[in-house]
Write a protein that binds this ligand. Structure first.
Ligand code: GAR
Length: 214
């Protein structure tokens, strides 16, 4: 059984999608928020998952918060840590502690639109396609080796809410997929910094490039 710890800051719909996917071989060991009022904590507790808060406001520095957060995470001895709408910039020390076992989802086709307000910025830029990216976390914000992406069209008449909803639907599909690959031992980050996804049918040594889902 692979232990998974999920970090959230709010609604937690991606966390919910991962929990609901009931991935064979995965145990969701804990859901941890940096905000006590995160709605997702209620869902986790109602599903018998340890729901904890490490409030960033209780710590004098980013380093102190990240150290407390890491201690709380590590008490669960996770194989994988999943950032699911966790809206904190993490220190390099934290990120390197979880190198190769820290995933994030971002609501754009990275490397386009890192940071905030991705849907608004996509509309302003006039892009014809938009989407979402699951990636391994590296010290640079919303950067890092890409695991899987999903593409959605930008339709005439779209506003920020309509586009966000179309992207979120895809997030709920690809994030459980990425976690499943990791739990099955098929997803890894190579020493060269490139993502490898071993296909179900390939020989043990056979690796394929990650698929792009349209
Ligand atoms: C998701 O759209 C996720 O991609 C985004 O926050 C939302 C969280 O929703 N994350 C980022 O912007 C990280 N840079 P959720 O709480 O319902 O999963």
């Amino acid at each position: 059984m692979k232990k998974v710890v999920i970090l959230i800051s709010g609604r937690g719909s991606n966390m919910e999608a991962i929990v609901r996917a009931q991935i064979p071989g995965a145990q969701i060991a804990a859901v941890i928020s940096n905000r006590p009022d995160a709605a997702g904590l209620g869902f986790a507790a109602a599903h018998g998952i340890a729901a904890q808060c490490v409030d960033h406001k209780d710590y004098p520095s980013r380093e102190a918060f990240d150290a407390a957060l890491a201690a709380t995470i590590d008490a669960h001895e996770p194989d994988l840590v999943v950032l699911a709408g966790f809206m904190r910039v993490l220190t390099d020390g934290f990120v390197s502690h979880y190198a190769g076992r820290l995933l994030n989802i971002h609501p754009s086709l990275l490397p386009s639109f890192p940071g905030l307000h991705t849907h608004r910025r996509a509309l302003e830029a006039g892009v014809r396609v938009h989407g979402t990216t699951v990636h391994f976390v590296t010290p640079t914000l919303d950067c890092g080796p890409i695991v899987i992406q999903a593409v959605v069209p930008v339709l005439p008449g779209d506003d920020e809410a309509a586009l966000a909803a179309r992207v979120l639907e895809q997030e709920h599909r690809i994030y459980p997929q990425a976690v499943r690959w990791f739990v099955e031992g098929r997803l890894s980050l190579g020493a060269d910094g490139r993502v490898q996804v071993r296909s179900e049918t390939a020989s043990p040594a056979g690796w394929t490039v990650p698929p792009v889902e349209a």
